[in-house]
Design a protein around this ligand. Sequence first.
Ligand SMILES: Nc1nc2c(ncn2[C@@H]2O[C@H](COP(=O)(O)OP(=O)(O)O)[C@@H](O)[C@H]2O)c(=O)[nH]1
Ligand SMILES: [Mg+2]
Length: 691
Amino acid sequence: MKQFHSSDIRNFAIVGHGASGKTSLSEAILKLGGEINRLGTIEDGSTVSDYHPAEKSRQISIHSTPLHMEWGGKKFNIIDTPGYSDFIGESLGSLGIVDLALITIHAANGIEVCTETMWENATNLGIPKMLVVNGLDREHTKFNEILAQAKKRFGDNVFPMQLPVNPGPGYNQNIDVLRNELITYKNDKSGEMDEGPLPENFQNQVKDLHEGLIEYVAESDDNLLEKFFDQGGLSEEEMREGIHKAIQDQTFVPLFCISATSNIGVRRLCDFIAKYGSSPDDRKVVVAHNKNGDDIEVSLDGEETVLQIFKTMSESHLGELSLFRIYSGNVKTGKDYYNSNRNINERFGQMFLMNGKNRTQVGQLFAGDIAGVVKLKDTHTGNTLCSGNHVTLPKLNLPSPNIHSAIVSDSKGDEEKLAVGLATLHEEDPTFVYRVDSEVKQTIISGQGELHLTVTTERLKRRFGISIGLEKVKVPFRETITTKAQAKYRHKKQSGGAGQFAEVWMKIEPQKKGDGIEFTQSLVGQNVDRVFVPSVEKGVKIACLEGILAGCNVVDVKIDFYDGKMHPVDSKDIAFQTAGKHAFRKAFLAAQPCLLEPIIDIKVKIPEEFMGDIMGDISGKRGKIMGMDSEGGFQLINAQVPQAELHNYATTVRSLTGGRGLHSESFSHYEKLPKDLEQKVIQERKTKEDE
Ligand SMILES: Nc1nc2c(ncn2[C@@H]2O[C@H](COP(=O)(O)OP(=O)(O)O)[C@@H](O)[C@H]2O)c(=O)[nH]1
Ligand SMILES: [Mg+2]
């Protein structure tokens, strides 16, 4: 491929709700650009973009896939992203490195939760948006309703650049509002079209729209606005000048009409992106950090290289592949760059322009471009590589996990391999996290949904040969007391060799929530030598870790060791540890102990019609509704629910809402577990111990 100036590059991500046709649209674009000869389909698993085995078998996108082609003298770098909420991290990561978001909307389903999530994220990142209503060849399309919905949700400046003339099966005509013409596409998926005059019945509507468009464009630029008032309008030429800027400012948000699978409308969309879409020049300067964490500007025309890895993945026959965007300078195979997140040097390996599994090798690339590089040793998703001064680009904006599972490894002795596998997968996909939880003694993996964890588990098996099972995360119940109590305990062992003797007197009382375990001594006289104080404390701390009622951590208890007895020969550290531990257990059981359970704050975002189901489910889960709000066209429910009830809640939300709801979780506090449940938990843990 020839070299493109940054102003001739169009970096955009296709984002939107699952099944709105992002992958099919990518396919249609590549077909127009001549990168492929025929349109692959999701059903046959033959699209360029969904080429991974897990994507083919499930018929959904799991990875962000970079694609490229040439159109109208411009280089398109397209990123087809997943819309399934399990893989939302991929989409958010990709949005962070493009200059334009193309948001697809399903022509029959309208605006869905992920449509809105993507809108918000693109807005927060400050990148312009275009909307694409796709699938206008489907039955039961509702273009006018979607347009009204989009204006209501996203603002009145959403503007239809096109109107579908014959939506529904057989759809092949659009009105082009900018050019005041009728476009008829061939029905052979070639994407070819004829232009003709406006039909009579559209003339008034289009005239009004056209005038509206002129006003939007005029508003984006003072010079144009002046001309607009002087001349009472804008010429075709002046319009063209203004549209690009108007899109950058989002004074209006263009909306397009297409059918991806029949290649209707895609050509005009590409023309529009080529002519008016954003280029890297529109984000010439990005704010990064220097070594001291101060803001510095990275400029597209800078001499030094600055690039960011936005995804790493392992590819068959290639090994580890890192996808990157260059923000400044150029990159060359064989050169060393500095990884400022990890403070190491990396030698740049072979570089590729990507079209799914079809890749073209290149030796050098320039600022603004997107490509892949192989064999970086220790550089991971989100890292910055640079030449010259130390620069770190802002972190990719990624969601926090909302589903957790414990892993059980079938293969004993593979711990080290497992640790390496988990670490590698996390580095590739930072939305997959894992940790060893000492409280419940499980290794816990977390992600964006059950499917995310399943797919990652499969990857662990395929790549590292480790098979793991998933099981429920144990709830980290805790134990505490509700009244004061005291106990005396004598530990005496005099059979065989050296004897052991210790006696500990102890008072305990509840502490304020969150104050933990506090151990004091108030010994008077010489009954107990002070050297044994740490021994008693150690015994108490062990008892607190082991738990007394149900094997859970003990919290929020104040302990005072106030007296005891000792023996001149047989008293020793271990004897006082044992006596301390047992005195504590005895006092604890006398102090009306109880179990505490973790309560989680959840936020659920759903279309209005699912309110009843979600609220009903929350109250069935012993949850408390803390508040409700509407956000965009969705309802936002804030609630507090016990962790014990939230196992795979992401899946519950998905199934209650047909995939149209989303939720997030964060720990809130501990609360007393109801008595009936407490008995159940204690019983369960006892049986486990007996086994
Ligand atoms: N009728 C029709 N079906 C489409 C269109 N675009 C996509 N589909 C189908 O909708 C499903 C989801 O499409 P896909 O491209 O995977 O959507 P994505 O999840 O947004 O990438 C597949 O079965 C496609 O064949 C379209 O324009 N018209
Ligand atoms: Mg897809």
